[in-house]
Write a protein that binds this ligand. Sequence first.
Ligand SMILES: Cc1cc2nc3c(=O)[nH]c(=O)nc-3n(C[C@H](O)[C@H](O)[C@H](O)COP(=O)(O)OP(=O)(O)OC[C@H]3O[C@@H](n4cnc5c(N)ncnc54)[C@H](O)[C@@H]3O)c2cc1C
Length: 388
Amino acid sequence: MNFEESQERAMVRSTAAEVAAEYGPDYWHEKEEANEFAEGFWDELAAAGFHGLLVPAEHGGAGMGMGMMGLAMETLCAEGCGMAGTWYLVVTGGMAAVGIEAYGTPDQKDRYLPDIADGDRHFSIGITEPEAGTNTLNVATRAERDGDEYVLNGNKAWITFSDRADDMILVTRTTPREQVDRGTDGITLFIVDMDNPGIEVSPIPKHGINYSRSCEVFIDDVRVPAASILGEEGDGWWALVEMLNPERIGFAAAATGIGKLAAHTAIEYANEREVFDAPIGTHQAVSFPITKAYARMEAAALMREKAAWLYDRGEDCAYETNVAKATAVEAGIEAVKQSMQAFGGWGYAREYHLERWWREINLTRLAPVTQQMAYNHIAQQLGFPRSY
Ligand SMILES: Cc1cc2nc3c(=O)[nH]c(=O)nc-3n(C[C@H](O)[C@H](O)[C@H](O)COP(=O)(O)OP(=O)(O)OC[C@H]3O[C@@H](n4cnc5c(N)ncnc54)[C@H](O)[C@@H]3O)c2cc1C
């Protein structure tokens, strides 16, 4: 085990910190209040090379791994961006990049990866459906072959960035679940151009992260060429799994990143705010809850590094990824909650950011995998009977 910081890691960390210093809490307060996509931040991530961290050098990226991406995300979040540090990277530069790199045809790689690395192409990922949330195998969006094309029909829910994405990686069934032996069979992924009259999106008003939209997507007789399949027909489950672990690692980074941002903000405040003739930080009732949560975040972040290390080596990382995600989320939520407490009533005021980070971090217990489902996986790995 070697914890020495490499030059590459130091560079990623310092670049992320520089970007976050420019796009700090006040910027995100404005974007959140205005319900506005952060174009400037998106372009800055491109200039810093972050959209292309996972894209191989031959396709215009940096060819680094999930370890570096997790570090970039956590640093962006912790140094001032909050959830945006993961949110603006995880779908396109994270999931789409790894899915296309691992399962794309040479044509697909040439077409999409350089644009992803440059920040010129924006993806959304369409998995969830109104009737198939946590149980992904129940997706019912249909893809039926018609000559050299497929005809797509179905509804998706909560698809982030689908209002502005150029493309969507769409999870469909080419064979309905009732007709396959194993639930994982019959799933097919398509890369769908969103500029299609058969696609309609409708944003879902939501609790936080309003500098982006998550939408219902209605897909009505959308014709796509057979060449737009990502991976093999009927075997798309494995391409999907390839993308889900980076997403969970990204959310683990978000949880500790937002938690650290809130904690550092609260520590500064606790050194200044005097109530009974002493800074409130002198009371262990204020300092210990934040300190304990911080200690747990440090441990969770190490587990995230292990999960990413396994992923980057092409090894099974599902257990470590779920442990990292579940523990990072618990510790991060506790850190934000206790940091808000340290702010007293001012924690409730929009201008102090804590309440926004609270709304942001609460998503991490619901998505991309709920805490219960992460623990279901972990329990099963420990030897408990499968419960889902
Ligand atoms: C802001 C936001 C953005 C999102 N972005 C995207 C996106 O870009 N693309 C996309 O595809 N999806 C996206 N999602 C969807 C998200 O991944 C799902 O909401 C999530 O997976 C849970 O699905 P569900 O909401 O249908 O919950 P359900 O599956 O209905 O579950 C409801 C509750 O029951 C619990 N539960 C169910 N079964 C079990 C069991 N066996 N054991 C224990 N507990 C169980 C769940 O943990 C959960 O608490 C997003 C969601 C949100 C809120």
